[in-house]
Design a protein around this ligand. Sequence first.
Ligand code: BEZ
Length: 385
Amino acid sequence: MKQIFTTTALAAALALAAGNASATVKVGFMLPYSGTYAALGQAIENGFKLYVKEQGGKLAGQDIEYFQVDDESNPAKGPENANRLIKRDQVDILVGTVHSGVAMALAKAAKDSDTTLIIPNAGADAITGPLCSKNIFRSSFSNWQPSYAMGPVAFEKGYKTAVTITWNYAAGKEAINGFKESFEKAGGKVIKELTLPFPNVEFQPLLTEVASLKPDAVFTFFAGGGAVKFVQDYAKAGLGKSIPLLSSGFLTDGTLEAQGEAAQGLLTTLHYADGLDTPRDNAFRADYTKNYPKMAPDVYAVQGYDAAQILAAGLKAVNGDVSKKDPMRDAMRNATIDSPRGTFKLSKAGNPIQDIYLRQVQGDQNKSIGVAIKDLTDPARGCKL
Ligand code: BEZ
């Protein structure tokens, strides 16, 4: 029988003949492009695409075709949005998301459909804990990691009591737990845990309570638009001068321009910082700024960039053939990632083993002022792989 090929089918047939399963790898971004985390989602996509561009637009010889869904940081829409990419678009690789609650739904959908998932932000501890899975990887952090690093720093500064404030959802609660665990192990005491629903920004009543509790320090988790407002409100309430504000670095990453004077001097802990001044980071920052002149090269951009690096390591091992899931995933899990943050490897549970920097806001930078904890590994409690 005579065969008629379209250009795309011909390219696919040639790729097959060369030992590759398809001519393109379909990557589905499930990210927030609206709401309080919109800028974070955009930075992740930018970072991912930048790495692919630096490789000449291909990974392991494969063209990358992108699909996008705005998850709005809405957990209720998580399963439906995940299935848009998995069932409708039939993507090979899922990249998402920012919000821990949405990531839980995405991880379930990825597990049920055996789709490879790279999480470029959401820190939900459970995903690399009891729900860990061979098809799930993180290029970011667990919620426990950056906050755990701040406990000993706070205690060594002489703070004996702390009040915590965060949004009442997985990321906030787990970040607070991480801080509390190490702060209390060091000898401190968390005297009150204050919360408000995500993504509310009515901070005033909580700040009034902080003023009356008079702790030695406040520890917080906020990110994106909410972080901008929190830092401004904290300063406006006059607390900035009397009660030191500590946080994981999400409070001040990608937000400094909007926070202005109110953020100056703040101490945070995170797996990325400004001023690392390594050739790898300097090259990344120069290229990011060239391609996205209106956006700062922040932690979210790095996480997107490294998600692409993790995928590249897997594709390379199987010559671009995404149907070879097991060897591709083994290569992803065993890869050494040459990240702008510093080289890292993944734990068995799929979470980066990484240095957590102590940073201080100086001008428009989250300047590294040291390493708070080196090679911090998430405990992956409950993970059985
Ligand atoms: C989270 O929901 O896991 C998250 C969101 C923004 C920054 C960091 C963590």
